[in-house]
Structures are given as C-alpha cells and as structure tokens.
Write a protein that binds this ligand. Structure first.
Ligand code: PHE
Length: 355
C-alpha cells in the first residue's frame, strides 16, 4: 500500500469516527481543501508520463468520489442526530406546574361589561353583537335619522368612504336594527361594544363603549323601562336604594325619549352613588319609534317596546373611582395592574359582582 493509500484509509476512519460537525469541517478541508491530500496528489499529474496521466487521474477521482460519499453519509447522520437531540431537549411537559408566571389583569371596561351582562341575563336579556364598521343605513336611516338630520352632525361621524355610506358606528343602536331584521319578535337583548365619534377631551375619547338594550314585545310600556333600569342601577352599584330621574330628551329613534340621571354626593373626596342632591347623566332611552319598527319589519300595531343606550366607560369610572377617561385607553401596564381585575374572578350574581 502506498503512502497515499494509507492516508486515504486513515481519513475514511477519521470521517466515520467523527462525532460532530466541527470535527467534520476540519476533515473536509484536510481532504478536499486547496492544500488537501487530494489536491496535493493531483499536483503530481504534471510530472507523470502522458500514458500514465489518464489512469492516475481516474484513480484519484474515484477515491475522491468515494470519500465524498462517505463524508455526505456521516454529515447527514450527525445532522439527524443533532435535530433529534434538539427536539428532545426542547420538549416541554405542559403538565408540569409553572415556576414563574405573571397574571394579567382584566381591564375595568371588560369587567364592567361582564358585570352588566350578568345583571341583565338574570332578567332574561341575551347578548347580541354587531360590527364596529357599519353602513349608513343601519347607523342612521333605519333608526329614523334621515339625511340632513342634525343628529348626524351631532354624532361627529368617522366616515370610511367618500360617499359617506360606510362608517364607524357612532352608537350601539344599529345592533337594534340588525337584531330585529334577522329575527322575529319578541326581542329582549343587550349589545355591548365599541363606538366612535370624532371627539376628544377629558371626558370624551374618539373610541368609547356603549351598551344597547332593546325589549320588544306586546304591551311593553315606559313603566317596564323604568323598572328595568332601576333594577339594573341598583344591582350594578350594589346599593339598596337609588335616586333616579328621567329628563325629557330627544332621539330620532325613540318617542317619547328620556335621559336618565342618578343621584350622588361627594363624601371625603369620594363619590357616593344613590343619594345626595347632585345628578349625573348616565344613559339615554325611550320607547322605540314606530318608524324604526317598520324599517325593521316589525308591525308597530302589534309590537312595541323600549330601548336604552348606556355609556359603559362612565359607569366603570363611577364604580371604581377612576378619574380620567383617557387613562382607560393608554395601555399603561402599571395602571392596569392597579385598576384591573383578577381573571379568575368572573363576576356572578350569586357570588357578588365586584369582589
Ligand atoms: N344611541 C343613543 C346615543 O348614543 C342612546 C340611546 C339608545 C337612546 C337607545 C335611546 C335609545 O346617544
């Protein structure tokens, strides 16, 4: 066996015994590199007689192919082994208890929506939803708010197209329309959600939350509306008595219309809900206008009912002593940590809403 053949045999063994890619890369350059054994051998070609050149080159090429083959096999073997090891190392047992974790908090607005849904579900309301992006018809026209009606300007609408046909809903009232058009009376629903108006100061944000209520049946009257809202306010603020007043108002989609104020007083710099001689507006309501019922394919001669729209953010501020509406939407983790709720403490009527 020549010196060269001995070396080749050694390299074959070296390849087969290598344990990782680093070792293999070194062997690679020793064999196939510019100054590797194969190239050094090839360099001898020049000094050989012509008739031997061909045979010599063929032999080295064969050896080269053979080494390449062995090298590739080993390389793949190591790669496979590495992947298997990696997968095994990264395997996690999801049944093990967590060592270090942070509990997120539920935003006061989400908490209040849960509380309100809970309270209304007790008296037979189900929850509906509608999209934030509405059409002009559902947001205004079907709600008896025709073209050029001043209410349209009052709402400071965000339109999404030049034709003013698509918009961000300015209130949750379009969910009344959607609900009535897709079903048959009676209807008894609430619809919480985001609403939008181009307005921004300490008490207004361009996006805010409302909760719509709608109860349509035979012989529903204003007394039912009063009873329902009285029950809701008492449950929500967790008080036995509540001072409430209905002020005449105007909405195109209700007749008669009213705004509801609740009584409060300030004691030791804190707001006490339900008593006192100060008034705070919290919602708009009224008996659903016959035109709205007609637009929604409900016969006003047979069915009637009430609707209301509550500002959720304001209720949350009142109940949980939060002063600035804008802080709701700043996404400050420290704020949320302070004002937020334990995600496992889901509000229920029997356990108490806000404990
Ligand atoms: N949609 C009205 C508003 O945003 C509130 C409302 C709802 C009034 C339902 C009456 C009935 O101001």
């Amino acid at each position: 066996m020549s010196e060269f053949e001995k070396k080749i045999a050694q390299y074959k063994e070296k390849i087969n015994n290598s344990k990782n890619l680093r070792e293999l890369v070194v062997i690679n350059s020793e064999i196939f590199g510019k100054n590797g054994i194969l190239n050094l051998e090839f360099k001898k070609l020049g000094s050989l007689p012509v008739d031997e050149k061909k045979r010599f080159a063929e032999t080295i090429n064969k050896i080269k192919q053979e080494l390449s083959r062995i090298y590739k096999v080993k390389n793949n073997e190591i790669l496979d082994k590495d992947i298997i090891e990696k997968v095994q190392k990264e395997k996690i047992d999801v049944t093990l208890p967590e060592k270090e974790f942070k509990i997120g908090k539920v935003h006061p607005v989400s908490q209040v929506i849960d509380e309100i849904s809970c309270i209304f579900s007790e008296i037979g309301f189900s929850v509906e939803e509608g999209p934030d992006v509405e059409n002009e018809y559902n947001n205004f026209t079907a709600l008896n708010t025709p073209e050029n009606h001043p209410a349209k300007d009052m709402h400071d609408t965000f339109y999404l197209d030049k034709d003013m046909k698509t918009l961000l809903r300015t209130h949750t009232s379009p969910v009344q329309v959607r609900t009535m058009l897709k079903g048959r009376p009676p209807f008894k629903i609430i619809a919480p959600g985001r609403t939008y108006r181009s307005d921004s100061d300490q008490t207004h944000t361009p996006m805010f939350h409302q909760l719509e209520g709608l109860h349509i049946d035979k012989d529903i009257n204003m007394g039912h509306l009063k009873g329902c809202l009285n029950y809701f306010i008492k449950e929500f603020f967790e008080v036995d008595k509540i001072k409430m007043r209905f002020r005449p108002s105007h909405f195109p989609f209700t007749e008669p219309s009213a705004e509801v104020d609740i009584g409060y007083r300030i004691e030791n710099n804190k707001i006490v809900i339900g008593e006192g001689d100060q008034w705070l507006e919290i919602l708009g309501c009224g008996m659903v206008h016959p035109n709205v019922l007609k637009n929604c394919k409900v016969d006003p001669a047979k069915f009637q009912g009430f609707a209301f729209g509550i500002g959720i953010d304001r209720l949350a501020m009142l109940k949980y002593g939060i002063n600035d509406l804008r802080s709701f939407f700043e996404c400050d983790y420290r704020w949320l940590n302070h004002y937020g709720f334990d995600p496992l403490d889901v509000p229920t009527n029997y356990r108490g809403l806000s404990r």
